[in-house]
Design a binder for this molecule. Structure first.
Ligand code: NAP
Length: 327
């Protein structure tokens, strides 16, 4: 298969290169693309040194699949050229996710939906993937009806620039210097910021609405009610989500635990007495979503849980590469 990565020098793009190897995708050609800024950068792939090229309208000829991780603006601009070249676009941005003819895929949950694609397949929002990975086995036992979620999102969710900003601020604060704020709207070092994305008229942000809108599409649950608060926290990698949910039919706690333990891609870490629960540190650098703190919820009438997952991997790169396998 001839594969292109658009945004190959970014946090997600670089991880995609590793995921192609890990998931044993047969790669006959790998074309690495970024903006003019990174043209000429050398990246190793299976013992070969590949040079990053500047993405242009005619860069996609001969490719079968393009994995895009270069932001919504660039995906929108390049999509027609990718289509014209006859390649399938697997896009990590939010540009096409809610389009009717674009499947929104988490392979473990709705891999079958890839069959309906029209040249573009979208990778869902990272917190949405992690949250619904934690919930999809439970939904098989009884339909989810309502969800209350709060996210704890790592700075790498804002790309390599987010990581640099946290590290620079920590260094500046420790050496008594002024901090600089470019990526996040406030100081992120030793702080948390309950505002991710663009604020909408009703007070939610667009990032928060993805949990409902994308969640409904992935799960085929058009009436699922979701309220979400998204918070940026000063950690480098892996998002966590606190979730309370209700189901159509009541489930026992054993059924909820069985659903989690028996679902592909999840690890049950749920022994509070021994301080065993999901954490970003233990969830980082692998594709498994950790789920724990499972308990009957005293308000919503269902259960609460906490999950952590590597959002650069399962929330983006490894999910996108796994979509190639669905194709
Ligand atoms: N980070 C995450 O956790 C995460 C999770 C899920 C989805 N996503 C999505 O994945 C995409 C990439 O995110 P990221 O975190 O990897 O960002 P990033 O670290 O900032 O990397 C962005 C990449 O896009 C390239 N790029 C930017 N503008 C371009 C253009 N006009 N033409 C070609 N290449 C261009 C950059 O190339 P240069 O090196 O030349 O600047 C770089 O390779 C975004 O849509 C993001 O929303 C990210």
């Amino acid at each position: 298969m001839r594969i292109g990565i658009l945004g190959a020098t970014g946090a997600v793009g670089r991880q995609m290169i590793e995921c192609l190897i890990e998931q044993d995708i047969k790669v006959d050609e790998l074309r690495l693309m970024a903006s003019q800024r990174s043209a000429g950068i050398e990246i190793e792939f299976k013992g070969e040194t590949l040079k990053v090229i500047e993405a242009r309208a005619d860069s996609f000829e001969g490719l079968d699949v393009v994995l895009a991780a270069s932001g919504g603006k660039s995906s929108k601009y390049f999509a027609p050229f990718i289509k014209k070249a006859g390649a399938v676009l697997i896009d990590n941005s939010s540009a096409f996710r809610m389009d009717d003819d674009v499947p929104l895929i988490v392979p473990e949950i709705n891999g079958e939906d890839t069959k309906k694609h029209n040249g573009i397949i979208a990778n869902p929002n990272c917190s949405t993937i992690i949250a619904f990975m934690a919930l999809y086995g439970i939904n098989k036992k009884s339909k989810l009806t309502r969800i209350i979620a709060s996210t704890y999102q790592a700075v790498s969710g804002a790309g390599t620039a987010g990581v640099t900003e946290l590290q620079n601020q920590v260094e500046a604060l420790l050496s008594g210097k002024e901090i600089e704020t470019n990526v996040f709207p406030h100081q992120i070092a030793y702080n948390c910021i309950p505002g991710i994305g663009t604020f909408l008229e009703d007070g939610y942000t667009d990032e928060e609405m993805k949990m409902q809108n994308e969640g409904r599409k992935i799960m085929h649950l058009p009436d699922l009610a979701v309220t979400c608060t998204c918070v940026r926290v000063p950690i480098i990698r892996s998002h966590s989500i606190s979730i309370s949910f209700a189901t159509e039919e009541p489930l026992t706690i054993e059924e909820v635990r069985e659903a989690v333990a028996g679902s592909k891609g999840l690890r049950l870490r749920d022994d509070g007495i021994n301080n065993t629960y999901p954490m970003p540190i233990s969830a980082s650098d692998n594709d498994i979503i950790e789920v724990g703190r499972i308990r009957a919820d005293k308000v919503i009438g269902g259960y609460s849980l906490f999950c952590s997952g590597d959002q650069i991997r399962k929330g983006a790169a490894s999910n996108a590469v796994a979509i190639i396998k669905c194709l």
